[in-house]
Design a binder for this molecule. Structure first.
Ligand code: F1P
Length: 347
């Protein structure tokens, strides 16, 4: 978790120096649709990318779980491209999905951490995360490094499609630098994060809520918590709450709301009030403005540095990772080698 600022900086530097593409580099201006395919945490990175590509580059994106995509064998757009995301580069479902897409003559791009892996070898073009090997089974620095590569691709797509230039400008001169330095600040919040652990004391289940590009971070936060602490956790888009999940809320249930202040924040505030009124214990993870606005509605607050809303997934990821990590340590589970899980699922 603590290696992430340097892993991201290395990944971005590495991307800048790529000079010998295996085949012609992707031209997003020629695509009418991008199909992203992945499993687990890599799938959630793909979901963040969907928000980015659509909003910044005006590109239609569909994100699918490789285990569904490969057997569904969907029709593919003639002008479409596919993007496969995999830390190991060996995940069987993702590899099978890549082979299907190639059989349909799709341009296949991949984001991997292992350069000579099967997915890397069989793709038309490969971008690498340079985060180094992960010790633990649960993906942490691989996830944010995948976001780093995807962010690079989104900027490229915006440029090629002549889209979203105002949004890109609003990110400032060096958004990458901002991400790295804000991540350092989040890592210094460890003590604050430990203070909110009573939230999960005796909890058997928890809910994570998010909207927009923090919805996938809510999903990832729930996955990390269940993977390493074995607390049953689910992530939901906050707006979906009233369509079912709100029935789960009862006295003392932990609800983690991942919501930096943005144009959807008012809606988040009402979601927060709804769950609190039904007895939930609420932890809000937000920035200065968001925390100030919700002081009286949340039981616990973790204030993160303020960053442009496009960049929020990077730093909110680190916060939910630390939250799960300390919860697991307190419960005495093996955070590096959770039961029943394999680092790479090759069958
Ligand atoms: C996908 C994945 C990981 C998860 C676990 C099992 O792997 O779901 O996200 O942490 O290790 O596999 P990959 O395709 O990204 O290597």
């Amino acid at each position: 978790i603590h290696e992430q600022p340097s892993a991201l900086a290395r990944t971005w530097e590495g991307l800048a120096s790529i000079s010998v593409p295996r085949s012609k580099e992707v031209d997003f201006a020629k695509l009418d649709k991008l199909q992203i395919v992945a499993c687990g945490t890599s799938f959630y990175a793909g979901l963040v990318a969907k928000y980015w590509f659509e909003r910044v580059a005006g590109l239609i994106v569909e994100v699918d779980l490789a285990s569904e995509f490969r057997y569904r064998e969907p029709p593919m757009s003639k002008k479409g491209g596919c993007l496969f995301i995999s830390q190991s580069g060996e995940t069987a479902d993702t590899l099978a999905a890549l082979r299907f897409a190639k059989s349909k003559k799709q341009y296949c791009l991949s984001v991997v951490n292992v350069p000579n892996s099967s997915i890397a070898r069989e793709s038309d073009y490969v971008l690498r995360t340079l985060c180094g090997p992960e010790i633990g089974v649960a993906s942490t620095k691989a996830f944010t490094s995948q976001l780093a590569v995807l962010f690079h691709l989104v900027k490229k797509a915006a440029q090629q499609r002549k889209c979203g230039q105002d949004l890109i400008k609003s990110l400032g001169r060096s958004p990458e630098h901002d991400v790295v330095s804000s991540m350092h600040q989040v890592l210094m919040k460890e003590n604050r994060i430990k203070e909110v652990l009573p939230l999960f004391k005796d909890a058997t289940s928890a809910i994570f809520l998010g909207r927009g590009q923090c919805y996938p971070i809510a999903l990832e936060g729930a996955l990390k918590l269940k993977e390493i602490s074995y607390i049953h956790a689910e992530g939901y888009a906050a707006g979906e709450l009233k369509h079912g999940p709100i029935a789960l809320i009862d006295e003392g249930m932990p609800v983690v709301v991942v919501a930096p202040y943005d144009r959807l924040f008012e809606k988040v505030v009402s979601n927060l009030q709804e769950v609190r009124a039904r007895g939930a214990k609420v932890l809000l993870i937000s920035d200065k403005l968001g925390c100030e606005m919700c002081k009286s509605y949340a039981d616990y607050i973790i204030e993160l540095p303020t960053v442009n809303e496009i960049l929020a997934p990077f730093i909110n990821s680190v916060a939910v990772q630390l939250l799960s990590y300390f919860t697991a340590v307190e419960r005495g589970t093996d955070v590096d080698q959770p039961r029943n899980l394999a680092k790479s699922v090759t069958v």
